[in-house]
Ligand binder design. Sequence first.
Ligand SMILES: Nc1ncnc2c1ncn2[C@@H]1O[C@H](COP(=O)(O)OP(=O)(O)O)[C@@H](O)[C@H]1O
Ligand SMILES: [Mg+2]
Length: 266
Amino acid sequence: MSRRTRDEDFDTKIDIIRTRLKDSDDKNVQDAVFDKRTLMDLYSLASKGVIDALGGSVCTGKEANIFRAIVGENELALKIYRISTSNFNAMQDYLQGDPRFSSVRGTKRAIVAAWTRKEFRNLSRAEEAGVSVPHPIAMKENILVMDLIVADGQVAPTLKDTNLEQEEARAIYERIIHYISLLYNRAQLVHADLSEFNILYNQGEPVIIDMGQSVTLDHPQARRFLERDIANVAHFFRKKYDLGSEQEIWNRLIKDKDEMEKRRID
Ligand SMILES: Nc1ncnc2c1ncn2[C@@H]1O[C@H](COP(=O)(O)OP(=O)(O)O)[C@@H](O)[C@H]1O
Ligand SMILES: [Mg+2]
């Protein structure tokens, strides 16, 4: 294929992606998310068979947009970090304190790509440790592909938008403490933005999302982030369901830590 035809072919494919997106968001958001490079990366994911088609918008967040996508029978979530509106100074601070990413330097695009890779790796690590998270599937530059958390066609609501019966609230609360402990003790990670906004409720189970900012325990701010995560979770459950305390969560973390250490020695 000559260069010209290849370019034309590419433009047509891009137009198809754009058309599929047409009702998903307003024009300004679309332009911020789908710059030419991002469209090319989406096209590359499509030609590799990672995605078959794009669906509508799930959420427009502060730094990223979430879209539905499909591959075969499966529903996926695409998290696309916007290059233009990302707070990349804050991203750099988090990256520099994390030994896995401390050497990352460069353009805004490079920083956002490192951030996306960090979220992918954090999700994988959390999943390996037994934490319920959306299964991460692929990433390319500023695009993260993961399982969509969905039941009967409805995207799972956040804990913030869910009203639980008291008994179920207790079970969900316990489960979340277990996950904080697994993250800390097994994955050696701190979520660093844990709250009712970043926990989905999926048919009786909490699912932890949004791990771009999660850091390893050797990050200089790890302790402060953990304190904040624990305070957020305790505060939410105390206020809405009259249960939970920070102390209870700390005790559990320490108990699990001791048990794991004991098992290692035995
Ligand atoms: N894998 C997923 N499945 C279903 N919904 C999701 C998924 N990932 C994100 N969402 C939805 O999109 C919102 C924003 O995603 P999040 O990763 O928290 O990004 P942000 O950094 O913008 O907060 C979430 O609150 C949730 O409603
Ligand atoms: Mg979030």
